[in-house]
Each structure stands twice: as C-alpha cells, then as structure tokens.
Design a protein around this ligand. Sequence first.
Ligand code: PMP
Length: 386
Amino acid sequence: MHEVYLDYNGSAPLDPRVVETMIPALQSGIGNASSVHRFGQRQAAAVDDARERVAALVEASPSGVVFCAGATEANNLALIGLAEGAPAERNRIVISAVEHASVREPAQWLHEQGKAKVDVVGVTQGGFVELDELDSLLGPDVLAVSVMAANSETGVLNPLDEVAERTASVGAVFHCDATQMLGRLPLSLGDVGIDLLSMSGHKICGPGGVGALVATRHSLARLRPVIHGGGHERGLRSGSLNVVGIGGLGMAAELVAEERDAESARVRALRDRLLNGLRAELAGVHENGDPTQRLPNTASVRFEGADAEAVVFNMDPVAVSTGSACSSGAIEPSHVLLAMGLSRDEAFESVRFSLGRFTTEAEIDAAIRQAVKAVDYVRAMTGSDD
Ligand code: PMP
C-alpha cells in the first residue's frame, strides 16, 4: 500500500512551486538583507516582496509584518511582547482553554513571573469560546485577549467578530493565532478587528521554521522585543533575516490567496467522503466539534471502544494523528477535547484526520479501508467490538 499523508494540520507538504522559488534563492542569494551594497539590497527586495504577499493574504499593511521563526515565536512575541510594554494598570491576559501550547505556555510563564495575571475562558461542547464567560472576564485591566481562529485538533472556527468586538470594548488587544485557518478560509485583519495575528509557513504548504506576526500599526507600537540584538524587523525581532525561508513563505501566501477557495471546496468534499465512508463501514463513529463551523480539511473522529494511539499505529502507512501529548513521561489526553467536555477515555479514542492540497480521492478511499481495518483490529484485541 502507498503512503498516505493525512496530517496537514501537523505540517503540510511543501508545494513544489514554493521549492522552485527557493532553490535559486538558496543557490545565488548572497548578502545580508541589512547591508547597503547591491547584494544586500537584492536580498532586502526579496524580503519586501514577500512582506507584501504575506500582508495581502490577510489584508494588512506590509509595515505590520514581523517575520520570525514560525507561529510559536509569533505567539510568544505577541503575549510576552505586549506584557513587557504594558502600562501597570493593564496586567491581565485572557486566553481560551483550547489554545496551542505556544500560547498557553508563554501565558503561564508570564503568570509565574508575576508579569501578567492570566484567565482562561472555556469553550462550549461544540468547541467555541464561551462568549458569556468572556464577557464576565473582561474589564479595564485586560491587556490582551488571545483566541485562535481555528482549532488544530477539531478545526472548529471561533466567533472572531464577537471576540474582537468585546475585546475592543475594553481597549484590550486582540491576538489571534490564525495558523490553521489561513490556508483554508479567507481572513481579513481589518474586517474582523484583529490587532495581532500569528501565522506559520509549514501549515500553508510553505517552509517550516518561518512565520510572521502581523500587526496593526497601533498594536505594533505596544509590543516590545523578546529577541534582542541588531534591531531587525523594526526592532521587534533581531537576527539576520532568513531570506530564503521568507521568500518561500511569501510564495506560499500568494498561492493560498489565489487557490484557497477552489482548493477548500475540493478538500471539503474529500473530508466529507472520508466521514461518510467511516460511518458507513463502522459503528460507534462520532465527530468531535461543531460540524458546521469548522475548517473544510479537518475531522476529529472518535471511534468508540478503540484506543486512538493503537488505531494510529495500525493505520500505517496512512498518517493521521491523535491530539494527546506526552508530558513528563505519561501520555496525556488532548486538553482541547477535555475542555469541550469529553471524558479522558473519550479523548483517548479520538483520531485527527487533516487533508490538504495534494490529497486525492484514491487516498481517501485507501484511508477509509485502512481505518476500518485498524479500528476493527483494535476493538477485537481489546474485546470491545461494539
Ligand atoms: N499554533 C497552532 C494553532 C498550531 O497548530 C501550531 C503548529 N502545530 C503552532 C501554533 C506552532 O507553529 P510553528 O510550528 O510554526 O511554531
């Protein structure tokens, strides 16, 4: 059986057209983009070009794009950078319970260091941030609200307009980790009212290790750097620029802007084919998260009575993932699924399928067959074939 890759939310494959633009840059890109000589200036022009493409993807100003090493760094810069620049009377950050570790951990760190107080707002059973609870947590001491656009495990889309409106009403900054949404659905910084947006190259068929924090002018001024040095990227992210990676990110962003809508419709049909196939062949198949407001490429599926780690292992060479994480030597269930009200056992039965640009119908059919085999096998081995 051929390998099938259905873990696009983990990391999407590089588009060959992105590779094509990166190879000449690797081969002949000479000079530091900060240098005044013609070699440096050519590099700077390549960075400027990418800055425009990235800004265009989210309808932002190019001057608000801060290139960095990916969404983890962008999230750290957003939260820590805001806290470092905050007036004393604004010392509280509100994050949602289903944020990625790269939001939760810097928030926790700020809390432990006494640099900010952190409140966590819960989510509904469908996976949406609880707006009433958010209301109760907001006040004039709130510095920032961090709510992701689309969840990486379930694909559930948050009500960003409502979050933005509430955040603005107390004068706080709205940070949105849009890492998973960007390649798949349109998102405009200004239309929604997002102040700071994180994104990553390898989730949009671009290179890994490169991403950006995209800021409005007003919120850019409220940030302080986390990485100090030569003052690159308006003093917010020092370090000679990764010109090849940034160029690849720019190309990936442009391809998304051009192809996203058609691609999403195609991928949505494949994802639905997958779900229908699984439901037709297996009993006890449940979807996690609201099925209407979610990314077109993602399905979080619970196979009753089948341990997800075992299912994933037995699905090889079809690559899918579980949301559970290994922490201090023990496997922990997904914090996202627990926050949505699933029990530990239910969370441990959940498998994430995430599709993308290069997924084919034949691959989906192969994945259905392999999943059915794996789930039947795991249920039989553990005596649970209900
Ligand atoms: N945020 C979200 C929602 C993600 O899914 C990921 C990647 N799993 C990240 C942040 C981190 O991105 P990066 O790998 O670029 O650091």
